[in-house]
Design a protein around this ligand. Structure first.
Ligand SMILES: Cc1cc2nc3c(=O)[nH]c(=O)nc-3n(C[C@H](O)[C@H](O)[C@H](O)COP(=O)(O)O)c2cc1C
Length: 309
């Protein structure tokens, strides 16, 4: 039996392994994304960026509550020009694929950011239509209405030219399969699922107030793994395009669940807070050990395995 490989084809992009740094975890700077790439990630995703710089919400913006994280960072980012400069700097020093995560306040703004992001030649563009923490300023997330979701997807696809486009969904609106279908029909090349769950609230009982300055925040990490696995399972039944399964993954066992639910690649976010960037190499080693134990030479053998009756 040859040595097993974790090499993954994601819409024609070659990943050394299926593990992808999730958006928002380590910013947009080339240096921090490079650190993750050099720690064994198969690809890295930037923090979501918009046309203009955004300061984000006041602190506290993030809290570990024992079973995961709750955050309301508020999509703080340096704006598209600074983000594009970082993507170019990263591409000059790393061969690990980079995903540019974008968002806008309007359908047209999504197109404008996508066009400028595409000029820096990221390997993929991810469209954040599902952040639950900015509704007060940006309105209900675009994914909440399938027609709007389709319009955003079409706009970004046209602007992205040859760069494959992923639409990032959440489970926060209760019609995931329909949303996935709308994005796929509008031309999405792949989907990322899921964004944070909620919103939720954590109360500091000493001061009898919500901990986050924004009051509510999106829930991620351990607590959401079964929800994320269900989301990937459901989406992979609804559409035929690849999925980056994201949410609560911290171990090889968790990643295997995502792959068996039908994910092609696996996002890791909150686990970086708990385990550091070493989590990528550790999960990668665990996946290789699993393949060896099972006598398999590639992950394709188990992708979607949980669907077989
Ligand atoms: C602090 C923090 C910031 C985040 N920022 C973004 C963001 O800018 N864009 C985005 O699409 N998702 C963002 N997310 C969501 C993650 O990319 C991911 O979808 C979610 O946390 C579930 O994965 P996890 O449980 O592995 O963290 C953020 C999550 C956290 C914890």
């Amino acid at each position: 039996m040859p040595h097993p490989t974790l090499v993954t084809d994601l819409c024609g992009v070659r990943l050394e392994n299926p593990l992808v740094l999730a958006s928002g975890i380590l910013g947009v700077t080339a240096s921090s994304l490079l650190r993750v790439a050099n720690s064994g990630a198969g690809a890295v995703t930037t923090k979501s960026f918009s046309v203009d710089e955004r300061p984000g919400h006041k602190g506290p913006t993030i809290l570990s509550f024992g079973a995961g994280l709750i955050n309301a960072v508020g999509l703080s980012n340096p704006g598209v020009d600074a983000a594009v400069a970082e993507i170019r700097a990263y591409k000059a020093i790393s061969r690990t694929p980079i995903v540019a995560s974008i968002f806008g306040r309007t359908v047209d703004e999504f197109g404008a950011v996508a066009e400028r992001a595409a000029a820096a030649h990221p390997d993929l563009i991810e469209v954040n239509v599902s952040c639950p923490n900015v509704a007060a300023e940006l309105g209900t997330p675009f994914e909440a209405d399938p027609a709007t979701l389709a319009a955003v997807t079409r706009k970004v696809k046209a602007a992205a030219r040859s760069v494959p486009v992923s639409v990032k969904l959440s489970t926060n609106f209760g019609f995931l399969a329909r949303a996935a279908q709308a994005a796929a029909d509008a031309g999405a090349d792949l989907l990322t699922a899921i964004n944070t769950v909620g919103p939720g609230i954590v109360i500091d009982t000493n001061v009898r107030r919500p901990v986050l300055a924004n009051v509510t925040g999106g829930v991620s990490g351990r607590a959401i793994l079964p929800i994320a696995v269900r989301a990937v399972f459901e989406i992979s039944r609804a559409v035929r395009i690849p999925i980056i399964g994201t949410g609560g993954v911290a171990s090889a066992e968790d990643a295997l669940q995502m792959l068996m639910a039908g994910a092609t690649a696996v996002g890791i976010g909150s686990a970086v807070y708990d385990h550091g960037v070493e989590v990528f190499a550790a999960v990668g080693r665990g996946l290789t050990a699993y393949l060896e134990r099972e006598g398999l030479d590639r992950l394709d053998s188990i992708r979607g395995a949980a669907h077989v009756a």
